[in-house]
Design a protein around this ligand. Structure first.
Ligand SMILES: *Cc1c(COP(=O)(O)O)cnc(C)c1O
Length: 495
């Protein structure tokens, strides 16, 4: 397959810039007499004409939007290897089910006696997530991973306050996602960084030294953002519990081991799931998502309200709970996303869920093994679902991670995550996910090999990349400081 089409390059005008004359897609019958709007709209809201209003016929409109849709790179088009983001293919079946009228037209204020079906769906999802995570209680309310973190931190604070002292500090490894320290800080805690060891795991000496009586919890992403499983998790959770502290697990990378092991069995007290990553919902650009938070028994009374309960063969909403932290979202959270989550889990079953993790790990290690010779690996530990390379081998040619990522665009791929995690200089973080075939991964590997060869033989080409796209290399600093969000004809040819 040739991934790059250079034949059709059309720069599409904004619909307001199209000067197509007095056309329209349909004809309305002439109105006789006064416009009805004149009867009730104030004079100043009435106008006979809208200045520069686009007047296009159906062909022009269809082509305009079809062309715009082709400007996009998306999962229906090809591999999207953004590390940490888990951009897996989302089965169309989930969408089909979630858009059934019975779900889309139910009003959130429907009395629960008449909303038994949706409550059953949410309760079934709660039970399944508890089974998969090995935890005791769960809330589906949070609407994102970071929102789940905040909810989890509020739960930990509530429990510690109930025990008599909320404590002051949250320990966070240096490989953590930026949302972790943000959530801890929002909750009034001081975030203190724990160093990684040479294997990419928590440096135990540093951890023990910082584990004082002020520590409320450790926020641990497992496997971490290097894709490495925390091998000392049992010792870490034991030390925390002996200290009266809790273990929070950022479960955004749960697609690496779900169905294989359960966080609840590792001493995790609170965890959030990113169902939009792990359980396949289209995400990015700010949502929609959901970040259910699962907890151990001692924290159950603090969970947000209302709780869904099953009694006498009926589902009820329980709004009572003195210790609850209250509500964290309107109604029950992002129900539409939660329906997709349940559809995904039910379709796969327990064997399928396990296979997802196995394939995610296999695909990441395939990439790791194939690219290891040409890209430097700072942490050469067997990884789970993602792998972090860097640009050290390419330094001598003056080629950076950014150059390689831009050149990948020319070859018809979305680039991996770049310059994250921060502990790897010039990081190139690749997460292929389980939905990619060997053929697609081989094309990606081939493209990377070509790029590394070009870096050696023709570095200038990489500095100029991308060459095949409508837009060439941006000035990153200028684009961030002075973004031009409206494309104008006069910009044509600009870099
Ligand atoms: C994506 C991610 C988050 C944040 O989740 P959002 O749903 O984007 O808020 C937190 N931690 C890790 C490790 C992640 O990958």
């Amino acid at each position: 397959m040739d991934r790059v089409s250079k034949n059709i390059v059309i720069n599409e005008d904004l619909v307001f810039e199209k000067k197509s004359g007095n056309r329209s897609s349909f004809k309305l019958p002439e109105i006789s007499g006064e416009l009805p709007a004149k009867n009730f709209l104030p004079e100043n809201y009435l106008r006979d004409e809208i200045e520069d209003f686009p007047q296009l016929n159906e062909v022009e409109i269809a082509r305009h939007f079809s062309r715009l849709s082709n400007y996009n790179y998306h999962l229906d088009l090809g591999l999207y290897p953004l590390g940490s983001c888990t951009m897996k293919y989302n089965p169309k079946l989930n969408e089909r089910i979630a858009s059934m009228r019975e779900f889309t037209e139910i009003h959130p204020f429907t009395p629960y006696e008449h909303a038994q079906g949706i409550l059953k769906i949410l309760k079934d999802l709660e039970d399944l997530l508890l089974e998969i995570t090995g935890m005791d209680g769960i809330t589906l309310q949070p609407t994102a991973g970071a929102h789940g973190e905040l909810t989890g931190m509020l739960l930990i604070r509530a429990l510690l306050e109930y025990r008599g002292n909320p404590r002051k500090v949250v320990l966070i490894p240096d490989s953590a996602h930026g949302t972790n320290p943000a959530s801890a800080t929002l909750c009034g805690y001081k975030a203190i960084t724990i160093k990684s060891d040479e294997k990419g795991c928590i440096n135990l000496d540093d951890f023990k030294e910082k584990l004082t009586e002020d520590v409320a919890c450790l926020m641990l992403t497992n496997p971490n953002t290097l894709g490495i499983f925390e091998e000392n998790i049992l010792e870490i959770s034991k030390l925390l519990h002996e200290n009266g502290s809790l273990l929070y697990m950022d479960g955004a990378n749960f697609n690496a081991f779900m169905g294989k092991a359960r966080p609840g069995d590792m001493g995790v007290d609170v965890m959030h799931l990113n169902v939009h990553k792990t359980f396949s919902t289209p995400h990015g650009g700010g949502g929609p998502g959901a970040g259910p938070v699962a907890v151990k028994k001692e924290l159950v009374p603090f969970l947000p309200l209302p709780r869904i309960e099953e009694r006498d063969g009926k589902y009820h909403l329980n709004f009572n709970g003195e210790k609850s932290i209250g509500k964290v979202a309107t109604f029950y959270g992002n129900v539409n996303v939660l329906i997709k989550t349940l559809a995904y889990i039910l379709k796969l079953g327990s064997d399928g869920i396990r296979e997802v993790s196995e394939m995610a790990v296999l695909n990441a290690n395939y990439i790791r093994t194939k690219l290891k010779e040409i890209l430097h690996l700072e942490y050469d530990t067997p990884t789970l679902h993602e792998v972090v390379f860097d640009d050290k081998f390419q330094e001598e040619y003056g080629i950076s991670t950014m150059d390689m990522a831009k050149r990948l665009l020319d070859k018809g791929f979305h680039p991996p995550t770049v310059y994250f995690p921060l502990i790897v200089h010039g990081a190139l973080m690749i997460e292929p996910t389980e939905t990619e075939s060997k053929e697609e991964l081989d094309e990606f590997i081939k493209a990377f090999k070509e790029i590394v060869k070009e870096a050696r033989e023709n570095p200038e080409k990489l500095h100029r990349a991308p060459e095949n796209l409508r837009r060439k290399r941006f000035d990153e600093v200028l684009a961030a400081r002075k973004p031009v969000l409206k494309w104008k004809k006069s910009d044509e040819g600009d870099k």
